[in-house]
Structures are given as C-alpha cells and as structure tokens.
Design a binder for this molecule. Structure first.
Ligand SMILES: Cc1ncc(COP(=O)(O)O)c(C=O)c1O
Length: 314
C-alpha cells in the first residue's frame, strides 16, 4: 500500500501503541532526560513522558485557518537541548488529521539525525486517508536511520482497538532485543487479535474503500454545516483520520472549557483544549466522525443550538 518494505526481523508486537510508547520511553530516557513532540498532540504522548517521570518539550504547530505546518526553526532549536533524547512523531497527525509530505518528513528526520534522537513515528492512523491519498511512512522518507521506530496497527482503521494489538517496527537491534526482553505482556498476544489483524490486512480492502468514501462524505457534511451555521469557526477537511479539529473559540470567545460547555448545554460529549491535547489547543474541539451521518447531524444541531441559546441569553 505504501511502496515500502522492511526486513521481517524488525517486526515486534505490542498490546497497543500506548503501551509501546510507555515502554519505549522507559527504555530510551534516563530520569533527567526529555521527550520532544509537536503540539497540539495526542495526550498519551505526554502521559508516556509523565509515566516515566521525564520532562516533555513541545514545538508548536503553526496553524493558519485550518492549515498546519511545522515550525522547523523552533523544532531544530528544541532538538538541540542535550537532554532531549526522543522525538515522538505522529504521522498522520492526531488531532489535526494532517498528513506530511515526503519533504516535511525528511526535514524532521534530518533534525532527529543531526541531534542523534530516537525517532518514534506513531503511524496508527496510516490507513485512514481521504480517498485517493497514499500514506508515506517516515521509514520510507528516511530509509537508513537506525534510531527510527515505527508504530502501526489495523486497530483504528478496522475499529479493533479492543483487540489490543499493534506492530512496532524497531530497526536498532539492541533496542529491539531490550524491548522484547522487557515486554510487560511476557509474550502474550491474543491469537484472535492476530487472526483479526491478518484478516483485515488480507481481506479488508473493499470494506476500507467503502468506509473511506463514507468518511469523506461525513467530512464534507461537517464542512458545509460549519460554513453555513457556524461561520466564525475555522475548519478545513484534513487529509487523514476520522477526527475533525475545529477552532470553535471565535464563536463565543469568553468560553474557556468548550467540552464542559457542550456536555452541559448540548448533551454532546467531545474532547478539546490544552488539558487533553498537551498545548496549543485552546479554543479547539475534536469531533469524532466515525459514526453514522444521522448522529453527526443530530450532534451538530445540538452544538449550534447551544451556541445560539448562549448568545441570546447573554
Ligand atoms: C496517535 C495515536 N496513537 C495511539 C493511539 C492508541 O493506540 P492503542 O489503542 O494501540 O494503544 C491513538 C488512539 O486514539 C492515537 O490517536
């Protein structure tokens, strides 16, 4: 699917990308060392650092009306800190849903190489791109760097997170042996999970094609709804994931806690803000569009009504 191959011996497993991140940070960082990431970030990148009692440092993504780009100068500066040992990278990115070009991936890898960082590329969303787009693994953009680790799974794409299985591709032999040696699941992988992943990869392509077409429609529906009903909000359809990262703040600038606002006033549970997404996320909400369009429509109408009612009663 990606025109990319790797030697079979590099393949290891985990009961999930989160457990793998926890374990990798433990193996790669001493207690006074640091992990680097881009923000906003998937909250468990931060938790992987906190779980291991190491500091985390963020380079803020530049966000311009729903378009995301890397502040390379800032990332390079932060990577220079001699205490930074690991860069946790997200490709495609959660929560923005952004994909990265081969040139961007290469530039990020160059920064990791220049500073001798371990580069963990979390690619769990790799198979959920908009129809017609193709995932570029970091490992393809950077074919030689020994300190690269790639995390993938069929769990997001085929809705199998409950089966707890992921592929952790570790190039460095020593790390691979240490990782397998410290495996907290003592080698237990559920045979049903393995069979399900194999079945998904071998036989799931037609289902995935149809799923992606439906998701594409959900994103178009959301975009039209926002443009028509919430014109102050900022949103562009992302290239990947089933997640929509919406700047809702301008609709009512004084609201601090948007998830709380929608839980209490709209009966809609969603995520957003700095607490869950590490930083650079104030005024943003993340909508999960992996559901029937009728439910999305109902949720969006409740969101719109709650905003209108608040403005009216002000
Ligand atoms: C970027 C990213 N990594 C990891 C995970 C979770 O991985 P797992 O269920 O394999 O632990 C998620 C789930 O939301 C995610 O978005």
């Amino acid at each position: 699917m990606y025109d990319w191959e790797f030697p079979e011996e590099q393949l290891t497993y985990s009961t999930g990308v989160i457990p793998a991140l926890y374990q990798l940070v433990e193996l790669l960082c001493q207690k006074d060392e640091k992990v680097l990431m881009l923000s906003p970030a998937y909250g468990f990148f931060q938790h992987a650092a906190e779980y291991n009692h190491v500091e985390y440092v963020c380079s803020k993504l530049k966000i311009d009306k729903g378009h995301f780009s890397i502040d390379f100068a800032d990332l390079a500066e932060k990577a220079k800190d001699s205490k930074v040992k690991v860069l946790i990278w997200c490709n495609p990115q959660n929560p923005s849903g952004n994909t990265w070009s081969e040139a961007e991936l290469k530039q990020v890898a160059d920064i990791a190489v220049a500073n001798d960082l371990w580069l963990i590329s979390d690619e769990i969303h790799c198979d959920l791109l908009r129809s017609g787009l193709k995932h570029i693994p970091m490992a393809k953009a950077e074919p030689d760097y020994d300190k690269l680790i790639t995390c993938m799974s069929a769990s997001k794409t085929f809705n199998m997170a409950g089966l707890q299985f992921s592929d952790i591709i570790i190039r460095n032999k020593e790390l691979r042996e240490a990782y397998i040696g410290r495996d907290k699941n003592v080698g237990f992988y559920n045979p049903l999970s393995m069979a399900a992943h194999q079945a998904a990869y071998e036989h799931g392509s037609e289902w995935l094609k149809q799923l992606k077409a439906y998701l594409d429609g959900n994103f178009r529906f959301l975009k039209d709804f926002i443009d028509k009903n919430l014109p102050e909000a900022e949103f562009e359809i992302p290239n990947a994931t089933y997640l929509a990262w919406v700047k809702i703040g301008p609709c009512i600038p004084e609201i601090e806690d948007w998830p709380g606002f929608f839980a209490n006033n709209a009966g809609v549970l969603l995520e957003g803000g700095d607490d869950l997404f590490v930083g650079n996320a104030k005024g943003y909400i993340r909508l999960n569009l992996a559901m029937p369009r009728a439910i999305i429509e109902k949720g969006l109408n409740r969101i719109k009504d709650a905003i209108e009612a608040y403005k009216k009663n002000k």
